[in-house]
Design a protein around this ligand. Structure first.
Ligand code: DX5
Ligand code: ZN
Length: 214
């Protein structure tokens, strides 16, 4: 069944503990934690102190999405502070192979992310190393943006590669996922869904989870 990872970027930070408990009750598969540095993306979000708080507040897996330059300097730190999964953008480093090795050496699941303007070809050489590919379906930096339809063909390409090469990485999507766009991405092979603004706008997280899981 499709896994659901609500993006804490749209959660109520004043009541994070309550939000985390509500997510556990709702039956989500983990939480998505967006880190932005104001360099790689035109926005700044949260870092280590908030990750520590989230780690204390939940036993759910934490999926850290690093939207930062020079991720090689920081993956170890995020692993030490409780990340269960870490994804890095292929556009953010000339040494993606080395960074993925660093993440795996830290005993954390490793993901690679591609922006809407980046082709699947850019990550083809490391597909046999990673646990998941994150296909951005908006340009990273902000919650609440509109789903970019042209990214869907990359899901098809990844699904085909997965079959052809006999690999078992998950395909995660992030950006503009809601009760409508979810159908498209799942039909095209997505197995992990990140949802921020749509999810946290709902009064009933359990129902939101059920809707996204189909
Ligand atoms: C955007 C972040 C997303 C964001 C998604 O740069 O990576 O995780 O929170 O938000 P929605 O679901 O509102 O597009
Ligand atoms: Zn994200």
């Amino acid at each position: 069944m499709t896994k659901v990872y609500p993006s804490l970027l749209s959660a109520d930070f004043l009541n994070l503990d309550k939000e985390l408990k509500a997510l556990e009750t709702a039956g989500v598969d983990g939480v998505h934690f967006d880190v932005m540095d104001g360099q790689f993306v035109p926005n700044i979000s949260v870092g280590i102190p908030i990750l520590d708080a989230v780690r204390k507040g939940t036993t759910l897996p934490i999926d850290v999405h690093l939207m930062i330059e020079t991720p090689e300097k920081y993956v170890g730190l995020f692993a030490e502070h409780g990340a269960d999964m870490i994804s890095v953008h292929v556009e953010a480093t000339p040494h993606i192979h080395r960074v993925i090795e660093q993440i795996k050496n830290a005993n954390v699941k490793a993901g690679v992310v591609i922006n809407p303007g980046t082709p699947v070809d850019a990550i083809r050489p490391i597909l046999n190393m990673i646990d998941y590919v994150l296909v951005m379906t908006v340009n990273p930096g902000f919650g609440g943006q509109t789903f970019i339809e042209s990214c869907v063909e990359k899901l098809d390409q990844l699904y085909a590669l997965k079959q052809r090469l006999g690999l078992d990485f998950e395909i995660e999507v992030d950006g503009g996922i809601n009760d409508q766009t979810v159908k498209t991405v799942v039909n095209h092979g997505a197995t992990m869904l990140v949802a921020g603004s749509y999810f946290f706008k709902q009064d009933d997280y359990q129902q939101a989870t059920r809707i996204l899981k189909g």
